[in-house]
Design a protein around this ligand. Structure first.
Ligand code: LAN
Length: 744
């Protein structure tokens, strides 16, 4: 299969498709799918909503709201705007882009599996890459804020070519020159070598061994793959399968052309085994350790002697794990990378007529998102639970959720949270090495179905907040059916189900007192020395994270306030141990290194909230005091905070060029949680955030908010609403309290 050539304009400024025809449909449990409508009749029957327009970058042309008199007013205006972006089912859809290595998996995986895209999808994916090419050198990086790398440039180059763009297009001419300057595609890191080998434009001999036999080792062995971080092992399974069979697509004209275009030298003259450890300097974040090189030289010797019947058994085991993963997750798999690798394996083994093929083809759509720059592939099938949890907590804590205009919106949110909780363990549970899921909330949707510690914490907290703070339901008259329904069953999530999440959380504490992301830490620390993905850090095993720890114990503290008789001694023990971990995790300067948001401001907000819940504040705890002083040292003269994603790469504070609204909110929330006694820095920050609010109540997008694996930024565009509203509302209450205290 080939995609027909497309005639692509030079610039991506103007859209390549008619943006008035795109619609986002949210279905089932919060699935996001973008549709393109071909006829005017369809467009009339299904008009474009504010949600569609907002995310497509089409102006909503809203009137200016009355100028806010105080921070609470500003928060209220913010919510007046943000409520427009809530879907009818109760959640807030959103984009989740940032990484630049996901579209290549989607497009190469689809191409080698004979799956097509619509013409509009192809055009907007190409446009996205034209718009995202680095303005100076024309290459692409690991993520949208990163410098050009061999990985980003070589793989996205292939994407544009596969999708039908000619090699003479100015974007590709420029990108090719940059790639050659970086040494060509030979120096792409291991994950790039893998995809290029599948596409048949890199020799498998240029890859280090990826032996499936590791899965046959006894589970008790400390380096057995089931002990690796779940993303790493889930990617490793189909990778090992495809490596073991040296799968490569058939040669065709495009493959032959790419072999010429990607390398400054002749493809056929390359010494492939010499490329295994060749990684371009621009790509390198985590160089191979000596232990890695020694081990891989042994594995590379083993490779040609691999015993075929044993390899077959190992491949069968990998295939079984792939099928189980597909079935556990409704064919979405844990994330976008494994999704496309599993899809290729299922195409090869099950064939193009199989149900698995069709389901995989369909579920690719969940990862695609059309934004104003074009169509991208997201880091997951969305951040549904994460976004809804923060805004509902903000509404309840600020009191905005109690206002008549917002009640219905909050109840719809509760209904969404209710259906999102996972109530059973996965279909394939122990056999696929999964952690239990009963009682969990996932990061995105119930169908994706993975427990995440802090998502469970925030999901539980959000439910408790709404359910326990809605006494007003029975006192006020409600016009809507929705509310009538709610009145007869005020606790949508039963006590039993909340206890299930508590049980789950209590079982997720690591021996050091901290909480990891998806599971307990299963492997030894030294496995990090065997990290084969040179572009990411800390990916081999789970680690305890301050943010995951704090969300988990915050939820437990709030739960026990309302249900003091349930496992109270266990909760107390877990909280004490976790607080001890948080104390130890604080840096000598007073901060915490954030692993999932950028960076110190993000982690400080979570940490100070947890400390406050156990009574540790500025006045009572040296830890909270140190945290405030650390933050205040970084407050800028304009009242805000701004740190670069490089803080996450280096674990030290790196200033951003500009002040960031979202980070300013995190830092200010931390000061408020810690009950910092002086109002001035808080007032200053509030003024900054209010000054950046648009007349319609919204805030504009600034730099990326999230990070993962130390080096990749990821977008949380809904944060600019949830955390601004939250901070302004909380600051309003706290500043009045400080004033009263002063007066008294
Ligand atoms: C996420 C997104 C959410 C994030 C939080 C809940 C914020 C965090 O506190 C725990 C870890 C988690 C769930 C997380 C883990 C890694 C993810 C899934 C991501 C950053 C989104 C994308 C990323 C995933 C690894 C991307 C695919 C790339 C690979 C290297 C496999």
């Amino acid at each position: 299969m080939s995609y027909a050539p497309l005639d692509i304009p030079v610039s991506g400024k103007e859209t390549f498709t008619d943006y008035s025809r795109w619609r986002l449909r949210c279905s089932e449990d919060g699935r996001h799918i973008w549709h393109y409508l071909y006829t005017d009749e369809e467009c009339i029957a299904w008009p474009q909503s504010d949600i569609d327009k907002y995310w497509l970058g089409i102006p909503l042309d809203l009137p200016a709201l009355p100028a806010p008199k105080d921070p609470l007013d500003a928060a209220r205006n913010g919510y007046t705007f943000y409520k427009r972006l809530q879907d009818a089912d109760g959640h807030w859809p959103g984009e989740y882009g940032g990484p630049m290595f996901l579209l290549p998996g989607l497009v190469i995986g689809s191409y080698v599996s004979g799956m097509s895209f619509t013409r509009e999808e192809r055009l907007e994916m190409i446009r996205y890459l034209i718009n995202l090419a680095h303005p100076e050198d024309g290459g692409w990086g690991l993520h949208i804020e990163g410098q050009s790398t061999a990985f980003g440039t070589a793989l996205n180059y292939c994407v544009m070519r596969i999708l039908g763009c000619s090699a003479d297009h100015p974007t590709l001419v420029k990108a090719r020159a940059t790639l050659h300057k970086l040494g060509g595609a030979t120096g792409v890191p291991s994950w790039g070598k893998f995809w290029l080998a599948v596409l048949n434009v890199y020799d498998w001999d240029g890859n280090n061994s990826i032996p499936p036999e590791l899965w046959l080792l006894p589970d008790a062995i400390p380096f057995h793959p089931h002990r690796w971080w779940i993303h790493t092992r889930t990617v490793y399974v189909p990778m090992a399968y495809l490596y073991a069979m040296r799968f490569k697509m058939e040669e065709n004209e495009l493959v032959l052309a790419l072999r010429q275009e990607l390398y400054p030298q002749s493809y056929y003259s390359i010494n492939w085994p010499a490329q295994r450890n060749n990684v371009c300097h621009a790509d390198l974040y985590c160089p191979h350790s000596r232990l890695f090189d020694t081990l891989y030289s042994i594995l590379n010797i083993y490779e040609p002697c691999a015993f075929p019947p044993l390899r077959r058994v190992a491949m069968d085991k990998c295939y079984k794990l792939i099928v189980q993963e597909d079935e556990n997750t409704g064919y979405q798999t844990l994330g976008p990378v494994s999704k496309m690798m599993n899809l290729v394996v299922r195409t090869i083994v099950d064939g193009q007529e199989s149900e698995a093929y069709k389901l995989h083809r369909e579920m690719r759509k969940d990862f695609l998102w059309v934004g104003k720059e074009g169509m991208r592939m997201c880091g997951t099938n969305g951040s549904q639970l994460w976004d809804i949890a923060f805004i509902t907590e903000a509404l309840v804590e600020t009191g905005l959720g109690h206002e008549t205009d917002n009640r219905e919106s909050l109840i719809r949110a509760l209904q969404w949270l209710d259906q999102c909780q996972i109530q059973h363990n996965p279909k394939h549970y122990e056999t696929s090495y999964r952690h239990s899921t009963k009682g969990a909330w996932p990061f995105s949707t119930r169908t994706q179905g993975y427990t995440v510690s802090d998502c469970t914490g925030e999901g539980l907290k959000a439910v408790l907040y709404i359910q326990e703070h809605l006494e007003w339901v029975s006192i006020s008259p409600f016009p809507h059916n929705l509310i009538q329904e709610f009145r007869s069953s005020p606790k949508l999530v039963s006590e039993r189900r909340m206890c299930d999440s508590v049980d789950l959380l209590l079982g997720m504490q690591n021996p050091d007192g901290g909480f990891a992301s998806y599971e307990l830490i299963r492997g030894p620390w030294w496995l990090e020395m065997l990290n084969p993905a040179e572009v990411f850090g800390d990916i081999m095993i789970e680690h305890s994270y301050p943010e995951c720890t704090t969300s988990s114990i915050t939820a437990l503290s709030i739960f026990r306030k309302h249900y003091p008789y349930y496992r109270s001694a266990d909760i107390q023990r877990v909280i004490d141990h976790a607080v001890d971990y948080l104390h130890r995790a604080q840096t000598p300067e007073g901060g915490w290194v954030g692993s999932w948001g950028i960076c110190f401001t993000y982690a400080a907000q979570f940490a100070c909230e947890s400390l406050a819940l156990v009574g540790e504040t500025y006045e009572t705890s040296s830890y909270a005091k140190k945290a405030c002083e650390f933050l205040l040292r970084h407050q800028r003269t304009d009242g805000g905070w701004g740190e670069s994603y490089k803080s996450c790469e280096t674990s030290t504070w790196v200033e951003h060029e500009y002040t960031q609204v979202v980070q300013t909110c995190w830092a200010t929330m931390a000061l408020i949680y810690a009950r910092y006694p002086h109002s001035e820095p808080i007032e200053h920050a509030v003024r900054l955030v209010m000054s950046r609010q648009n007349p319609d109540g919204s805030w504009s997008q600034e730099a990326m908010e999230g990070i993962f694996n130390k080096s990749v930024t990821i977008a949380y565009p809904n944060f600019k609403f949830s955390f601004t509203i939250w901070m302004l509302g909380r600051a309003h209450l706290y500043l009045s309290e400080l004033k009263t205290r002063k007066a008294g």
